[in-house]
Design a protein. Structure first.
Length: 133
């Protein structure tokens, strides 16, 4: 299922950083050694105005395990989610993402997916504890 809302409870700690996953499910196109191009950008609540420095383009080569389980791609909280909460300006925003799988020069593309981002609680940014060293 696709989440319609990303909030503080959506964040996952990994390696001392808080992020969230975009999951690319297994499919007839997601095969080992194929290239996948992943794109993400974060927008203000108007869904048109992109927030600075939130555009990510990344390519990956599909592993055998990813062919079976899909790909989990981290979206960084600090860079892409936290900027949607700007008191006095806006308190939420939207993330838009898509991917393409390249096979012998042909590309199978996903539809553009959009999710609302509301990463604030108690009138401030998400309360994130500092991971222990």
């Amino acid at each position: 299922p696709v989440a319609n809302l990303i909030n503080c409870d959506s964040l996952i700690e990994e390696g001392g950083e808080y992020d969230m996953y975009v999951h690319i499910p297994p499919s007839e196109h997601l095969k080992q050694d194929r290239k996948v191009l992943l794109v993400w950008e974060t927008y203000k609540p108007d869904k048109v105005t992109a927030l600075p420095r939130t555009y990510i383009v990344e390519d990956k080569t599909v592993s055998q395990e990813q062919e079976t389980k899909g790909i989990d791609w981290f979206i960084p909280y600090e860079r892409c989610l936290k900027p949607t909460y700007a008191p006095g300006s806006h308190q939420s925003g939207y993330g838009k993402t898509a991917y393409g799988i390249i096979n012998d020069g042909d590309e199978a593309r996903s539809p553009l997916m959009e999710v609302r981002i509301a990463v604030f609680e108690d009138g401030a940014h998400c309360k994130i504890s500092t991971p222990k060293p």
